[in-house]
Design a protein around this ligand. Structure first.
Ligand code: GTP
Ligand code: MG
Length: 360
């Protein structure tokens, strides 16, 4: 929408220029000539008011794209060891070791290896968060680690996780966990997975399988290597320069510091002091902290950070965009609030209609 005129926007949205100019005045903007280019914020707001879901996509054209670390989500059946595996992986992080551990709970952490490569793990509790984020258009995860207990084998939520990953078009790396148990039978798990349609590498496919034990901390290096190899094949790159495009992974309210959001930047660089709109909230970034709680000036792609300075509490999956001023941030946030409220009311009334049709 960058630089679009009212007349172009009218064509794109199918609304008349008069309607759009009315909206402009309503949101406190001047009714510019229809050939005057609008700022991206105003254009997005106007598009939103006429019901176009305007998620801005910053152009990467001409920008330098650099390799970025993969962002990984761990999924699997209840009790198969997701939390244990994340904890074990967390402890392998060099930075965490040096800092004497990751002190605060951030909802995401980075494992940085001695080779210089790193992997970002989302600490989300299973696929509920994954699907909630995907439903909101947040494509944060690059790779899913599917945890399957070597003794239990494939269970209902294993299959659910597989279908979630497939629907999101996210590749899977299998971690067969609890291999230390006497009842462990990794071969049986592989056969089960293959019969569910997973194309395992050792059977000629491209899905890597790693045998691990989260409790004994074995196989973790292999898992990390498998993830890096998968990432390499995906050729993950991001624009580093320019305004950040980021997502909220988790948000919470802190008594002293106010609303805090854990964010992962997808592209560009998020800088302290910037005005942001997050979902329908806004704020000015007062502090950026990394996963060990250290203050940072900026956040680059795939780096999980905690940001402070928001006026309200955002939700997991909300997008974060950078705007040029407080005025724009407020305007966009107010516009989005109105839009979300309208959507909510529409959903309710549609719900009532459906109920009525059902009664017929
Ligand atoms: P939910 O969050 O409830 O779905 O469970 P989870 O998948 O996070 O599993 P969690 O890490 O809580 O582990 C469940 C149980 O399995 C705990 O008692 C762990 O100690 C045990 N466990 C996890 N990994 C291993 C392992 O590698 N070997 C053995 N022997 N036990 C394990
Ligand atoms: Mg758990």
């Amino acid at each position: 929408f960058e630089g679009m005129t009212v007349s172009e926007l009218a064509k794109r949205t199918g609304e008349s220029t008069v309607t759009l100019q009315d909206i402009l005045v309503n949101v406190g903007e001047k009714a510019e000539s229809e050939f005057e280019p609008l700022s991206i914020d105003v254009a997005e707001l106007v598009a939103m008011e006429v019901g176009i879901n305007a998620r801005r996509i910053h152009s990467n054209e001409g920008a330098e794209l650099l390799p970025r670390p993969p962002v990984v989500t761990v999924m699997g059946h209840v009790d198969h060891g997701k939390t244990s595996l994340l904890d074990a992986l967390r402890q392998t992080s060099v930075a965490a070791k040096e800092a004497g551990g990751i002190t605060q709970h951030l909802g995401a952490f980075v494992v940085d290896m001695s080779s210089g490569a790193s992997i970002t793990f989302l600490d989300t509790p299973g696929h509920a968060a994954f699907s909630a984020m995907r439903a909101r258009g947040a494509a944060v995860t690059d790779i899913v680690v599917l945890v399957v207990a070597a003794d239990d084998g494939v269970m209902r939520q294993t299959l659910e996780a597989m279908s979630h990953a497939k629907a999101a078009n996210v590749p899977i790396v299998v971690a067969i966990n609890k291999c230390d148990k006497p009842a462990a039978n990794p071969d049986r798990v592989k056969i089960q997975l293959a019969s569910e349609g997973l194309q395992l590498e050792e059977m000629g496919g491209d899905v890597q399988v790693v045998e691990v034990s989260a409790v004994q901390k074995t196989g973790l290096d292999n898992l990390e290597e498998a993830l890096l190899l998968q990432a390499e094949m995906m050729n993950l790159k991001a624009r580093i320069d320019g305004p950040a495009q980021a997502y909220v992974v988790e948000a919470r309210l802190d008594k002293g510091r106010g609303p805090l959001a854990t964010a992962i930047v997808k592209a560009g660089t998020l800088v302290c002091g910037q005005y942001v709109v997050i979902g329908s909230e806004w704020g000015r970034i007062r502090a950026i902290r990394d996963m060990i709680g250290k203050l940072a000036v900026q956040a680059r792609p795939a780096m999980p950070v905690e940001i402070e300075g928001l006026k309200g509490l955002p939700m997991a999956g909300d997008d974060i965009i950078v705007v040029e001023s407080e005025e724009r941030a407020k305007m966009l946030s107010a516009g989005r609030k109105r839009k979300f409220e309208k959507d909510r009311l529409r959903k309710i009334s549609e719900g009532i209609e459906t109920l009525e049709t059902c009664e017929d």
